[in-house]
Design a protein around this ligand. Structure first.
Ligand SMILES: [Zn+2]
Length: 276
């Protein structure tokens, strides 16, 4: 499932080709990914200019004229792919929406095998309300060790679940939550109010480090994720614990443990991340 580094990589890959492009025509193949009826969605986008391409948490945010935004939540398997003018090569296998661009700039394709993704149009005020419902950007200035510690103190949920809550911190999903807990040497099952200031500092550093490393590697492809250019991310080979049950801990060689917490896997080293 795409998380912050994957969304950031896609945003960077779209920025030059898409910024300033005008939508000539929208072709809806599967309307179930849209927040409204296909004809209405298409009419609202026809003639719109993509003024900027950014990200909020794990969502892509394309700013349109009139301060409107199109927010793309990639769900489990969503991709935003560029298809060049007169594109050669195999056509996308599971296109859901095409945004055909004016002036021979090709198309932007929303592609989604499982179609848990979601495209929604927001007015300026709707966007502000939605954005305010999310936690701080973990690579932004608001996300400090002190703020993180306050947030951890205010909850009794297990750390991994806390990190997945987008209202706490925006953009972290299961892969990077597990990786950050390992780097910070904290058991992902630890109740967050039990974590002291030193643990919060280690966790703060670990979250930022793992997200930056993953952005540098253009994200993690386990199966579906691709960059806007259709490439796989390269961080999967660098994962320290996620998906590595039974393999030696990179720090102490103890086998990595997999358990299930709230119906999702956690991976950790029981020696480096002692039980609380
Ligand atoms: Zn270890």
């Amino acid at each position: 499932m795409p998380e912050l580094p994957e969304a950031e990589t896609i945003a960077r890959g779209l920025r030059d080709p898409v910024t300033g492009a005008t939508v000539d025509r929208v072709e809806v193949v599967h309307a179930d990914v849209l927040d409204r009826e296909a004809g209405d969605f298409s009419a609202r986008l026809r003639g719109a200019v993509f003024e900027s391409v950014g990200r909020r948490g794990k969502n892509l945010v394309l700013r349109l004229g009139d301060s409107r935004r199109m927010v793309v939540n990639l769900g489990m398997s969503g991709r935003l792919l560029l298809r060049g003018p007169g594109a050669s090569g195999a056509p996308p296998t599971h296109p859901a929406v095409y945004f055909h661009l004016e002036g021979g700039r090709g198309s932007l394709v929303y592609h989604d095998v499982r179609r848990f993704g979601h495209l929604s149009l927001h007015s300026a005020s709707e966007y502000a309300t939605w954005s305010a419902s999310l936690g701080p950007e973990p690579l932004g200035p608001e996300f400090t060790a002190a703020a993180l510690q306050r947030g951890l103190q205010s909850s009794t949920t297990p750390l991994r679940s806390w990190l997945l809550d987008q209202r706490r911190v925006a953009g972290v999903g299961n892969i990077y939550a597990n990786e950050a807990a390992f780097l910070a040497r904290i058991d992902p099952r630890a109740r967050t109010h039990t974590l002291d200031a030193d643990a919060a500092r280690r966790l703060h550093r670990a979250i930022r480090r793992v997200l930056r490393e993953a952005i540098d590697a253009r994200g993690t492809t386990l199966r579906d994720y691709r960059t806007a250019q259709g490439w796989k991310g390269e961080y999967a080979a660098k994962l320290r614990v996620y998906g590595r049950a039974g393999e030696p801990c990179p720090r102490c060689a103890e086998p990595i443990v997999r358990e299930v917490l709230s119906n999702r896997s956690i991976f950790f080293c029981s020696r480096c991340q002692p039980a609380p």
